[in-house]
Design a protein around this ligand. Structure first.
Ligand code: SDX
Length: 380
């Protein structure tokens, strides 16, 4: 029996798109859980890869399982030289998210055997994507500067190795730890736009590289993951604490969106933002102050005063850029770094989708005409 829901909800607000046990958000209380575990506890106690395992396989790994997962990822960190050659041909002026989307899709050319009902195929695809995406992000950054990519370093863990490949030197241990926590915080967030896009693509039973590539393209937009880059551009444009109030007032007057604020689900401050702010302060204590932080604090104050009654508070993209700047990550890599983390969530939903798959094929409310008579070209 086919059921037709006739009420149209723009942006599918409040419409369940799936049944899932990957994560949970309480937008009124500001709670985020991965597989029932509170994000605050995971951020303190679990590494990113341990969290990725939890998201994808549903349970925290045993010690040996985690070691074997980490070893497999370390082994697969290198990319084929032809992927690097392909990336060398990308224009250096191109956005790193476009480079990443193309490179993620290109993995499908090299690992084309598709066996979605084989758990070993699923595991290998998960390992390859988690392992190679950071390498591709760092490689594009170095190559667009005219340098050769830095090879992964096997004695460094996941987060430290990325910072090493990017900055061409081993990171400070506190910096590497904080980056790992950032990855955990960004790893998953229920049915956001990019995850929905991953699920729709997955539902056609295409390969996992196409699933991730479509999600990367979706995350790139400024209303979603791309907002983290725009936040820093906005803080730079504002320039000083005194300019914050007039800037916010102008946005409200012209109905422009204030980047890093508002959320479809959270009506309070995003719990990830609270942790990211603490991490930023730890970095400032050790590596020095960031003038944008004062502007950011004033923005939070003014936006809360003006828009708090609508449930508009800072979201995950508001403070992440301030943390990444201190880690030596350039502005236009903030969203690719979001991908490094979020690929874990996308893959968890890919796996969940495959277990109970039915192709996504919603309906529409047609508003066009019928039985229109055809006008020959010379009479139009
Ligand atoms: C992420 O979904 C997820 O879980 C996403 C994410 C994840 O982890 O995957 O959390 C990551 O994408 C964070 C969001 C990053 N985007 C931004 O920071 C861009 C700025 N924010 C907005 O554009 C907006 O708040 C959205 C896109 C995040 C949410 O959009 P909605 O739910 O469609 O809300 P809306 O645009 O319809 O706004 C509702 C009202 C409007 O006012 P009214 O017309 O009803 O009077 O709130 C106002 C909006 O004008 N509003 C804002 C605002 N956000 C909402 N007004 C000014 N500035 C804002 N940022």
């Amino acid at each position: 029996m086919s059921v037709v829901c006739i009420e149209f909800k723009p942006g599918l607000e409040g419409v369940p798109a799936t049944q899932s046990s990957v994560s949970y958000v309480d937008g009124q209380l500001g709670i985020l859980e991965y597989r029932g575990l509170n994000i605050k506890e995971l951020a303190k106690k679990s590494s990113f890869l341990e969290t990725a395992f939890l998201l994808i396989w549903g349970v925290l790994p045993q010690k040996e399982e985690l070691e074997s997962f980490e070893d497999d990822i370390r082994y697969h960190r290198r990319t084929k030289y032809r992927i690097r050659d392909m990336m060398k041909c990308f224009p250096e002026t191109g956005h790193p998210m476009d480079a990443l989307q193309t490179s993620a899709a290109a993995l499908g050319l090299f690992y084309s055997r598709r066996a979605l009902d084989n758990p070993e195929y699923i595991r290998t695809a998960v390992v390859r994507l988690l392992a190679k995406i950071p390498t591709m992000v760092a490689a594009f950054q170095l190559m667009r500067k005219g340098n050769d990519p830095v090879q992964p370093k096997d004695d460094l863990d996941y987060a430290a190795n990325f910072l090493y490949m990017l900055n061409e030197k081993e990171p400070d241990p506190l910096a590497a730890h904080i980056f790992d926590v950032c990855l955990t915080l960004h790893a998953e967030h229920t049915i956001n736009a990019s995850t929905f896009s991953a699920m729709v693509t997955a539902s056609t039973l295409t390969d996992p590289y196409a699933v991730v590539a479509s999600a990367v393209g979706t995350l790139a937009g400024p209303l979603h993951g791309g907002a983290n880059e725009d936040v820093i551009n906005m803080l730079s444009e504002i320039g000083s604490v005194d300019n914050v109030r007039p800037y916010v007032e102008k946005c409200l007057e012209t109905k422009a969106k204030i980047m890093g604020f508002g959320h479809r689900v959270y009506k309070v401050k995003d719990p990830r933002t609270i942790i990211l702010q603490e991490l930023a302060e730890k970095l400032f204590d050790k590596f020095g102050w960031d003038k944008y932080y004062e502007i950011a604090l004033e923005m939070e104050k003014v936006v809360e005063e003006k828009l708090g009654h609508k449930g508009i508070y800072s979201n995950v993209d508001f403070y992440s850029g301030l943390v990444y700047r201190k880690l030596g990550i350039p502005n236009d890599l903030f969203t690719p770094v979001f991908v490094i983390a979020r690929v874990a969530g996308w893959l968890a939903h890919w796996k969940e989708q495959l277990a109970t798959n039915r192709i996504f094929r919603p309906t529409q409310i047609y508003e066009g005409e019928h039985n229109v008579s055809y006008t020959p070209i010379e009479e139009r």
